[in-house]
Design a protein around this ligand. Structure first.
Ligand code: SAH
Length: 213
């Protein structure tokens, strides 16, 4: 398989053709080898237009959704970003290409360990991963210029709002079981401005007992 060719084709047809314009997002998606983040048996599908299973009942998001969410974050090479839901580590790697520092939290230990070894093998030195409940954010490194949540709670966790800088963006899928909306929240002078971007499907955000938030 010529993965590089498939990857460039993915970016052109699924990402750019659907309206993603930010150069750093496009470049990052051309560079990061998505096939290294999916289980062996799905490698041949790594550049297809869909989410894929990564084990533990979780999925790596569809490439287009990664593009949309990353563009909405409005980040640059000076940004410090928090991600909730490391999963495979793919979204974290995309952020690592664009930002100064990325902090990412995963609640399922098996996934956190796997993502850690994938990221270590790729020699990123600006990605910091931990296993834990991201509902509470990661206070030690707050505040963040942007926060991306890749699992879905019913309501916006207050800790994440508190850990966002003024002027920062929070991108999060919110809603009841099957009616989730990808939401962009901007914190402006302490007030939140909400924009519903697109209906989406996401795995639920859970606590350490597996209960849905
Ligand atoms: N961003 C990932 C996609 C992850 S799917 C990628 O690029 O592959 C969502 C992930 O959120 C799952 O791995 C799930 O285990 C995790 N998750 C669910 N609830 C969580 C919580 N409270 N804190 C941290 N991670 C959580």
């Amino acid at each position: 398989m010529n993965y590089k060719e498939l990857r460039y084709q993915m970016v052109k047809e699924q990402v750019v053709a659907r309206g993603i314009k930010e150069k750093p997002v496009i470049k990052a998606m051309q560079k990061v080898e998505r096939h290294l983040f999916v289980p062996n048996q799905f490698r041949h599908l790594a550049y297809s237009d869909s989410p894929l299973p990564i084990g533990f009942g979780q999925t790596i998001s569809q490439p287009y959704i990664v593009g949309v969410m990353t563009q909405l974050l409005d980040i640059n090479s000076k940004s410090k970003v928090l991600e909730i839901g490391t999963g495979s580590g793919y979204q974290a790697a995309i952020l690592g290409e664009i930002c100064k520092e990325v902090y990412s939290i995963e609640i399922v230990e098996g996934l956190a360990l796997k993502a850690k070894s994938t990221i270590e093998s790729l020699n990123y030195n600006n990605l910091f991963l931990k296993c834990g409940d991201g509902y509470k954010g990661w206070i030690e490194h707050a505040p963040y210029d942007a926060i991306i949540v890749t699992c879905s709670p019913r309501k916006i966790p207050q800790a994440l709002i508190d850990q966002l800088v003024d002027g920062g963006s929070l991108v999060i899928p919110i809603g009841e079981k099957n009616i989730k909306s990808l939401v962009l929240l901007k914190k402006l002078d302490g007030e939140l401005v909400r924009k519903d971007v697109v209906p989406v499907r996401f795995v639920p955000m859970i606590d350490e007992q597996g209960r849905e938030y």
